[in-house]
Ligand binder design. Sequence first.
Ligand SMILES: *Cc1c(COP(=O)(O)O)cnc(C)c1O
Length: 440
Amino acid sequence: MLDLSKSFTAFNEAKELMPGGVNSPVRSYQNVDSNPPFIASAKGDRIYDIDGNEYIDYVGSWGPMVIGHAHPNVVKALQEAAERGTSYGAPTLLESELAKLVKQAYPSIDLIRMVNSGTEATMSALRVARGYTHRDKIVKFIGCYHGHSDSLLVNAGSGMATFGVPSSPGVTQGTAADTITVPYNDEAAITKVMDEMGDDIAAVIVEPVAGNMGCVPPRQGYLRKLRELTEKHGTVLIFDEVMCGFRASLGGAQAAYGITPDLTCLGKIIGGGLPVAAYGGRKDIMSMVSPSGPVYQAGTLSGNPLAMTAGIETLKVLLAEPEPGKPDASRILTLKTKKLLLGWLKKAEEAGVKIQAHQAGSMFGIFFNDHDVWNYDDSAASDQQAFKVWFQSMLEQGIYLAPSQFETIFMSLAHTDEDIERTIEAAGTAFKKVAESRKK
Ligand SMILES: *Cc1c(COP(=O)(O)O)cnc(C)c1O
């Protein structure tokens, strides 16, 4: 058994200090009826808790750590940057440097605005879309997560495609009513909404590879359909690539699937583990943003020099030209992920446990489900009990995964073939545990 006694004590104290003992809900391990390890440090693909346990980390701070923890380039650049002061609230060369690196990978972005979280990026992108179109309504897809701003904390009402109802106390009915929710990967549902109301809809916002109901890629042709429908009605198409940016491919889902959105939201990876996100896109739309236009959006710490530095160093590693004949970072990540998933599928089959697996570049996940998963309802029908057993067994074997079947897990460049093989072996043991637990 894993000794987590120090973490357990620390969690009890934290619960006296912070709601649920955490600063973001999923960290609490509530979904797996357990207590979280408290983390002391991380390096490469390893993460260490205060009890002295070592894990191979597939959470990667929920996505950002794609080149591994404490990468020497990032650490050195941050140390040097800190010596020059941690914040000025004034323009720096670093902001332009990160903007150029992002634009290199995302040619659909003419102008970009840096913010501090994915939540801010999507909230601001919606505001710009509304300001640009002079329309109020937006469409989001059930099971897609875009941060916690009011307009986006909305669930489906009853029926197929409905005006939203608040999914959290504190979100007003009025705000939720402007958000129309539609099932993901369902062309007929979005076509119906756009046919009926398209001319009143400011924006359609989508995770072009969904990562917050587990990893669920778009069905073939789905993103093209969204592009056609939004174009037809003058609706702004927003790709929320906060998670899938630099993961579905270096150019995100838009490059992987060849669809150009009007606006893109990025986050997670572009801060290299510091709080950075961004929104950007078409020049005519982004020119609406203050001070070049009337749509207000600001941030005391936006473009912070330390945060820009971590982002720049991370993107430099990712975007580096590979040696001749060698694969680029994106390809390496995809192949590592494929190896791991194929290994898990084989082990699951050997244990007689049926799973579904999805991968988009270095994002991946499995569902304990007899049927393939293409939307939120499919995902929600997965066996939660099996996941808990599997998760706990993996943790005990030193494999650190997201504590929920509704999360995506992430590969990094720091994961070695050896570590991947160890993870496959551990999964074999964990799948057997699932099979045993089902017999009881
Ligand atoms: C993580 C995430 C967000 C929110 O970003 P925060 O930095 O947590 O506010 C938004 N959209 C998607 C797709 C995400 O995965």
